[in-house]
Design a binder for this molecule. Structure first.
Ligand code: M6R
Length: 608
């Protein structure tokens, strides 16, 4: 989703602004732009497509100036053209925006009837037009900013330059995140701390309703009523992470291969490996007492939550209400204030997940956040934070965040089982032992299945549709496999509960339809094999992902079998994720798509 950066500097800023935009590329975008003030005048360069196009323009026509704002745009209102790219200029005002101004149509009509001439199809331009009109009425810059914020509604992170003030950036936040970076005689603004990492690690996050006046050596933050407020400065960890691909072709490949290490790191936070026990969950969420749990999330995080539901219900006998956040937030679910709710999000900024969290908070539930970004809004608004410790995930397709989310949910479900007396000590120890072995098994799998996966991916790359099947926790994993494949290869894919096959999707089966069956040798194995028989009987091409026991037990003449080591049920979803991720990755590589930044997708989805 859109990325914002700003620098009130003492040195030229345009190159640094573009470098900072590069660190926001992972969020997804389709055009970009930068504006500076030089000799009392606003100047800008904008370009469709990737940042390389903007860099080309800046090489041809460099931008001078020691103050500037810049933007990567993920189009919502208006096509991703240069004309619609930010910054938008109106009468000495420059604006960049992340979010959606929901009342833009009404404001646009009002401004147009007063003579404003709009140059773009965007919702954002109303912000620049409103500011310019308030200035024409004689308002000062701060007064105009405050008046504009009182008129707009919706979600926004905004950065504004006024041509007649070359030493100040104004910023505002309501929804999408915005961080102010404190430097030495320079100040910075960014959509996240990763963008600002090379400049500073001292960060102040604006909270919803805040707006700020940022000078070279000062920042003043106001609430929506115009009262001066204080927000804490914190030290960001973002600078500690190396954001590069190492020896890998793509961030996604690197992140898949990082999983043994990050999972081990994540588990270390929740598990005592000496005693093979989970660490009890202390704090506001008391699993022993809650009557039920609500879980909500989007995309891959939702599918991790669905696997978590199987675990909480089975091991802790704790009923779980789960839904995708965009439905959860509007479903008017009757919730008990004695219950707890878990929100799962890699970015910690997903708008629908945040709205669901606030809904549960209003209903008095205790809130837990399973997040990767500990400084995120979702983390900050939660009563308890369960970090997944995956490190920055840059590839749009979530991989290591998914398996780390699963590792954390597995640990929490075991902790809940222990607290509720539904898991005995021996059972707990056996499960923790399996979790402890997982990083080693993951490395083994990553080192052994690559040739087979590459061979199969070449075949998949020729297909139009792919079906994934699974039972139990392999069902959400089947959906995750389909999601991964479609988002980076653009091949149509569906994930189904294997038992549901005969209720509809079996009609699709023919010799052209690969069916990827995820079937560890667990208590569902025989049933899944029966479903495979149904596919085989209709000429379907099967790729079976199973373990050694499963491979030995099936006599079916499958098209291909990917054989993994035998693993306990609790770790199967994490281990079986690896072939699923690699199949999607290599298929996309063979097809030549933009693996890390697939078309139309954003890493951090901060609008509804
Ligand atoms: O940052 P979040 O975990 O809240 O993001 C949720 C989804 O947008 C995300 O998982 C998305 O589905 C991924 N692109 C899937 O690979």
């Amino acid at each position: 989703m859109c990325g914002i950066v700003g620098i009130v500097g003492s040195q030229p800023v345009s190159e640094r602004l573009v470098d900072a935009l590069k660190r926001l590329e992972y969020r997804g975008y389709d055009s970009a732009g930068v504006a500076t003030i030089k000799d009392g005048e606003l100047h800008r360069r904008r370009a469709e497509g990737k940042l390389v196009n903007l860099e080309g323009k800046l090489r041809e026509e460099p931008l001078a100036g020691t103050i500037g704002i810049a933007h990567t745009r993920w189009a919502t209102h208006g096509a991703p053209t240069e004309r619609n790219a930010h910054p938008h200029f109106t009468d000495g005002v420059a604006v960049v925006h992340n979010g959606i101004i929901e009342n833009f149509a009404e404001l646009k009509a009002e401004l147009a009837s007063a003579g404003a001439e709009f140059q773009t199809e965007t919702d954002t331009e109303v912000v620049a037009q409103l500011l310019a009109s308030f200035r024409r009425e004689g308002m000062g810059r701060r007064e105009a900013m405050h008046a504009m914020l009182k008129r707009v509604s919706g979600a926004y992170a905004l950065a504004v330059l006024f041509e007649d003030d070359p030493s100040t950036i104004m910023a505002a936040r309501n929804g999408p995140p915005l961080a102010i970076g404190h430097g030495e005689g320079e100040m910075f603004l960014g959509s996240d701390a990763i963008a600002l990492a090379p400049f500073t690690n001292e960060i102040t996050y604006l909270v919803d309703g805040d707006w700020a006046v940022i000078g070279r050596a000062s920042v003043h933050i106001f609430d929506i009523d115009g009262n001066l407020v204080t927000r804490p400065r914190q030290i960001s960890m973002a600078a500690a992470y190396m954001i590069d691909k190492g020896n890998h072709r793509h961030f996604m490949e690197k992140e898949i291969h990082e999983q043994p290490e990050v999972i081990s790191h994540a588990l270390g936070h929740y598990v005592n490996f000496i005693e093979n026990r989970v660490l009890p969950v202390s704090g506001v969420i008391d699993f022993a007492k809650v009557p039920s749990l609500a879980i909500s999330a989007c995309g891959t995080a939702y599918l991790a939550g669905l696997i978590g539901k199987y675990w909480f219900e089975r091991y802790a006998r704790l009923p779980v209400e789960i839904d995708v956040a965009s439905e959860f937030r509007y479903r008017e679910i009757p919730l008990s204030p004695q219950s707890a709710a878990l929100f799962i999000s890699q970015s910690g900024e997903t708008a629908d997940t945040l709205a669901s969290l606030r809904y549960c908070k209003e209903h008095g539930l205790k809130i837990g956040a399973v997040v990767n970004t500990r400084e995120s809004t979702i983390a900050r608004e939660s009563d308890a934070v369960f970090p997944i410790l995956a490190g920055p995930e840059i590839g749009v397709a979530s991989t290591k965040a998914f398996t780390c989310q699963l590792a954390v949910l597995a640990s929490l479900a075991i902790a809940a089982g222990r607290a509720r007396g539904t898991l005995g000590e021996e059972e707990e120890q056996a499960m923790v032992k399996s979790l402890a072995e997982m990083p080693r098994l993951m490395s083994r799998v990553l080192n052994s299945i690559q040739p087979k996966i590459e061979f199969l991916s070449r075949e998949l790359a020729k297909c139009r549709d792919v079906l994934y099947l699974g039972r139990g926790t392999s069902f959400p994993l089947a959906m995750e496999g389909a999601l991964k494949l479609k988002e980076i290869s653009y091949i149509h894919a569906e994930g189904y509960a294997a038992g549901e096959l005969k209720h509809g999707p079996i009609a699709l089966i023919d010799e052209n339809m690969p069916v990827i069956v995820i079937a560890p040798h667990d208590r569902f194995f025989d049933k899944t094999v029966s479903n495979m028989q149904e596919v085989a009987a209709r000429g379907g091409r099967i790729i079976l992902i199973t373990d050694e026991k499963g491979a030995a037990a099936t006599t079916l003449d499958t098209m291909h079998t990917i054989v993994l080591p035998n693993v306990d049920e609790i770790v199967a979803p994490m281990i079986f994720s690896l072939p699923v991720q690699l199949l999607a990755y290599h298929t996309a590589v063979f097809m030549g798509t933009d693996v890390d930044q697939p078309r139309n997708l954003a890493k951090s989805v901060t609008v509804e």
